[in-house]
Design a protein around this ligand. Structure first.
Ligand code: BGC
Length: 812
């Protein structure tokens, strides 16, 4: 152990308490031994350090910090250098605000377009997500701050996120849901990682030996700290046994008492406890050492400028008919849309940042020299069309050469704690678009949305520029592209299906029962559309430029590819060269192609450059469930290079040796997985893929401490059902008003056990058991436990505090 001497001096009570949070954001300080605390803060695209009372949902004001574009946005840049620069700026701001652990980036896989937190995640592709995450991590950690990639793992749904069991086969787990984290840990060098709320194959992520020990610690040789998501600890002892180091946020002393008792009764060994303490001590001491050289201030203007550059390099030009863009100097434009006045530039929840300043298209457009025929909000955020605003918008549109229409997803659609129920943008925005095109068909749509949407209305727009959620400087970033000052170079990091019904997990997402069955397996996003030839609106990797690029001279050898890229247009610009790999007629089924490398290259008009993309350990591997290892299938691989998954420009074959002749599957049992037509996988076929029966996920009998408050419709107690009804009514009201109430959403999805983990010691697990008994209809017995437990908890807290302050707890 690195800190054996210090550990020898710690009492059992000190060790136990050290492994949980003292406040919403801080770890325990043990001043007697000079062990300082560290401060954690969200979030992935800006620092959310709360000045006053902390809450993890962003309800209370936080200190101003630069609001960078969200991860879903910057992933579209496909630019690791940019990711690193943003990471550095985030790390710097964290350091200035005296934050030691930055709770991000988020890199869960965008399994379904409907996940409410997709705006916080990079991609549907693990390779791209992992590379971008690693670049952020390198940047953040270069500033003496730990990054904490999250949520490990298989957390791709918000509905009942704390009480959901992801059921998936080992190969899908490894290839799709873990590869990004593997890259983040091995290449990014992450020093912390946050476990997810959910179970993975029946075991909570935070106590999952397979995830935390076998894979994270042993295979990836992770030597940092594991932190629970806020309220995400189920059984703290099992967590410690799996070497999860820090239970957040505020379980009070109840958790610590459980640890003490477990050591005393031998169910937890002192070695297990010390190992966890040692990891955390190492982090706390290292971070405090780095804190000595912490930055005093950051330059707001420079970070704003970086936020602008990040937004403009990430925006994706989806359509540009008749070369309407860039706009001509001096033309007359109408600026329409509520988003032009009140931008949508980030999502809601724990990631919400208070920006240092905020641009709007309404104000920023004054600097671009176009004439304005009018600016109108045109529509309201929610509800039906507003006739007055609509008329104002149509009048302005009729008088303009070009209409700039700012629209997209509303606030309610991109919220932590709630998934979308469809992929459409609000109907009143579409109605206005359809009305405008009747008076002026030169419409340039400027979209704001952090996830993919249906676009049946795309024919109404001559051009579509997708800014995603572009941060505090997003307005001028979009205008730079419209004016031609910046040549767009973003490429989609996710597919845009034509209809929601076309998506691979359509029938499986979100789970309505306890289990979320990942029946689509490997076929997430383009891996499905491409293999099954399902037409999409815009494919993965797609994006237009104001110039054009040609691909020639592809050379492939055992180490990688080289290809000559030429900018054949008359403007400077950047191309994202994408390398995909496939194995036709594979013995082990696999998607048609998979992204295995990429490079963004900037070329002056007329310039050519040879681009090299090396192969790596992920290029040919697949997870073999029979040998239980990464293997390579022998065969003639297709090495493809192109401008999107559907725009392959050049391809060559490469013979590759195999590593085993033990193949894992019987094709007769996995017929549909072999074709990629996976939307209706039968139970037997899913079981063949899983290698075991599908676990029963139905609710039956009484509710348990791990069931969520929103499951109280099953409650036997009429009081509990009444509370459920009140919460549900309030939730529906909020939805109708278009204003997400994060607190309510959190309460709605919280499992009973988490009440004890987030109340700073006021509620013990014993009391929670009492609450659950009340819910199950045993009112008096339950209340007895709650009331009795309350006083017992108070007494036990006092006694523990006394032992802590005296430093004279049990040594063993
Ligand atoms: C979120 C995490 C976040 C934490 C602290 C949780 O609800 O899932 O992403 O870091 O809260 O705010």
């Amino acid at each position: 152990m690195k800190n054996q001497e210090l550990i020898n001096k710690m009492t059992l009570e000190e060790k136990a308490v050290f492994l949980s949070g003292r406040s919403e954001w801080e770890t325990w300080e043990i001043s007697r031994l000079g062990i300082p605390s560290v401060f954690c803060s969200d979030g992935p695209h800006g620092i959310r350090k709360q000045a006053g009372a902390g809450d993890h949902l962003g309800l209370n004001e936080s200190l101003p910090a630069t609001c960078f574009p969200t991860a879903a946005t910057i992933a579209n840049s496909w630019d690791e250098e940019l990711g690193k620069e943003v990471g550095e700026a985030l790390g710097k701001e964290a350091s200035v605000l005296d934050v030691q652990v930055l709770l991000g980036p988020g890199l869960n896989i965008k399994r379904s377009p409907l996940c409410g937190r997709n705006f916080e995640y990079f991609s549907e592709d693990p390779y791209l997500a992992g590379k971008m995450a690693a670049s952020y991590i390198r940047g953040i950690q270069s500033q003496g701050v730990y990054a904490c990639p999250k949520h490990f793992a298989v957390n791709s749904q918000e509905l009942r996120r704390m009480a959901m069991n992801a059921v998936l086969d080992e190969r899908t787990l490894r290839e799709i849901y873990l590869t990004g984290f593997e890259i983040a840990v091995k290449e990014g060098g992450a020093k912390a990682i946050m476990t997810s709320y959910n179970q993975v194959n029946g075991v909570y992520a935070n106590e999952n030996q397979h995830l935390l020990q076998d894979i994270l610690r042993k295979e990836w040789v992770f030597d940092g700290i594991v932190i629970t998501d806020w309220g995400g600890s189920n059984d703290h002892i099992k967590g410690v046994q799996a070497r999860s180091n820090l239970e957040m946020p505020t379980p009070g002393l109840d958790s610590a008492r459980q640890i003490v008792a477990a050591v005393q009764d031998g169910s937890l060994t002192m070695e297990e406890l010390d190992t966890c303490v040692d990891d955390l001590l190492d982090a706390v001491l290292t971070l405090n050492e780095k804190r000595r050289s912490k930055a005093e201030k950051f330059q707001e203007e420079r970070h704003h400028e970086l936020a602008r550059r990040a937004a403009s390099e990430s925006a994706v030009l989806l359509k540009n008919s008749d070369h309407i863009l860039p706009l001509k100097a001096g033309c007359t434009v109408a600026v329409i849309g509520d988003f032009a006045v009140e931008p949508r530039y980030q999502g809601a929840g724990s990631s919400m940042v208070k920006p240092t300043s905020l641009e709007t298209v309404e104000k920023a457009i004054q600097n671009y020299g176009w004439k304005l025929s009018g600016i109108s909000r045109g529509y309201k955020r929610t509800g039906d069309a507003d006739e007055v605003l609509k008329k104002e918008a149509l009048d302005a549109a009729a008088k303009a050469d070009v209409v700039l229409y700012c629209f997209g997803l509303d606030e309610m659609s991109e919220v932590e704690g709630m998934d979308r129920s469809h992929m459409r943008i609000p109907q009143n925005q579409i109605e206005l678009l359809q009305a405008m095109v009747q008076v002026n068909d030169k419409i340039v749509g400027i979209l704001s949305a952090g996830a993919s949407i249906e676009m049946p209305w795309h024919t109404c727009c001559k051009a579509i520029l997708h800014g995603y959620l572009s941060g505090q400087a997003g307005a001028s970033a979009m205008l730079e592209i419209l004016s031609g000052k910046v040549n767009p170079s973003g490429r989609l990091a996710e597919s845009y299906p034509v209809r929601y019904e076309d998506t691979p997990a359509f029938r499986y997402f979100p789970s309505t029962e306890r289990n979320s069955e990942y029946r689509e397996g490997l076929y997430v996003g383009y891996r499905y559309y491409d293999t099954s030839s399902v037409r999409v609106q815009y494919p993965f990797g797609f994006g237009l430029s104001y110039t054009e690029f040609t691909y020639t001279d592809l050379q492939v050898d055992k180490d990688g590819i080289r290809v000559l890229i030429t900018n054949t247009g008359d403007r400077d610009g950047a191309e994202v060269v994408q390398m995909y790999v496939g194995l036709p007629n594979a013995i082990v089924f696999r998607p048609e192609k998979e992204l295995k490398g990429f490079r963004k290259v900037f070329l002056k008009a007329g310039e050519s450059r040879e681009v090299r993309i090396p192969f790596d350990d992920k290029t040919f591997r697949y997870w073999n469930v029979r040998t239980n290892r990464w293997e390579v299938e022998m065969g003639t691989y297709q090495i493809m290079v192109g401008a999107s998954v559907s725009d392959i420009r050049l391809a060559k074959e490469l013979e590759v040796d195999g590593t085993t002749s033990e193949y894992p599957y019987n094709p007769a049992e996995l017929q549909y997985y072999y074709t990629g037509i996976i939307q209706q996988i039968s139970d037997p076929e899913f079981e063949a893929l899983l290698g075991h029966p599908i676990p029963d996920g139905k609710w039956s009998g009484e509710l348990g401490i791990n069931d969520a408050v929103c499951q109280m419709y099953y409650a036997k107690s009429s009081l509990a059902r009444f509370i459920y009804k009140i919460l549900t009514d309030r939730k529906l009201k909020n939805e109708a008003a278009g204003k997400p109430d994060l607190n309510l959403l959190f309460q709605y999805n919280i499992p009973f056990r988490a009440i004890a983990k987030m109340t700073g010691g006021m509620v013990s697990m014993h009391m929670v058991n009492g609450v659950v008994e009340v819910v199950n209809g045993h009112f008096f017995r339950g209340m007895g436990k709650v009331i009795g437990g309350f006083f017992a908890n108070l007494r036990a807290n006092r006694a523990y505090e006394k032992r802590l302050s005296s430093g004279k707890g049990a040594k063993k």
